[in-house]
Design a protein around this ligand. Structure first.
Ligand code: CO
Length: 215
């Protein structure tokens, strides 16, 4: 058996996609090869079931994307910070989205105690979210509902973390328009839900984090 077959399939898919797109619009690729002016930075989970552009119905050039396990925003993550800085300061993106999803294996793993290796270090942030919201989470008796709430709280915490980055703080200090949004994607229905929209000042981020710290 040809070991490269799975990759060959991708090339075949790619050629079919090019044919389909150019049939609808012969200029499709030429238009999109021009310098892009995306209006959104999308920070999502690496999960293969959460394709940023498909689920937002956007085409190439519209979304600047950063994905990692469980859509984390660490204020010490050079990769995420570089994407954020480039998006906000160079591309002038005004909307930054953190998008979580239900059924997130990263969030599930953080809630479990079984060790997984290096990824446990990455998920430590979510364990802090669990500690911050222990009272609320423990009051939810249905384990599936508790996990969904943890997914929501994780998104809200990452929106707050975004507000704490030098990039966001600088943007707001100089009076630039920068809106942070927290969304969650429902895998089984394909629908996006808003958790927090239009956070455009440090006080609003504080209020968002605070309003979710008890209940
Ligand atoms: Co996930």
């Amino acid at each position: 058996m040809d070991q490269t077959q799975p990759i060959q399939d991708l090339f075949a898919n790619n050629r079919r996609w090019v044919a389909a797109m150019t049939q609808t619009d012969p200029e499709f690729f030429r238009k999109r090869a021009r310098p892009a002016e995306p209006h959104f930075l999308f920070i999502g989970c690496s999960d293969s079931r959460v394709p940023a552009d498909q689920l937002t119905g956007t085409t190439p050039g519209e979304l600047f994307v950063h994905r990692n396990i469980a859509n984390q925003v660490f204020t010490s993550d050079l990769n995420m910070l570089s994407v954020l800085q480039y998006a906000v300061e160079i591309l002038k993106v005004e909307n930054v989205i953190v998008c979580g999803h239900y059924g997130c294996a990263g969030v599930q793993a953080a809630a479990d105690t079984a060790p997984l290796g290096l990824v446990d270090n990455w998920l430590g942030n979510i364990r802090n979210v669990m500690r911050l919201h222990r009272g609320e989470l423990e009051a939810i008796t249905d384990p599936a509902a508790r996990l969904r709430r943890l997914v929501d709280l994780n998104v809200i915490e990452q929106v707050y973390n975004l507000s704490q980055t030098p990039v966001a703080q600088r943007a707001w200090r100089r009076g630039a328009r920068l809106l942070l949004h927290g969304l969650v994607y429902e895998l089984e229905e394909g629908l996006l839900k808003a958790l927090a929209l239009g956070i455009d000042a440090p006080e609003k981020a504080e209020a968002l984090a605070h309003s979710n710290h008890h209940g």
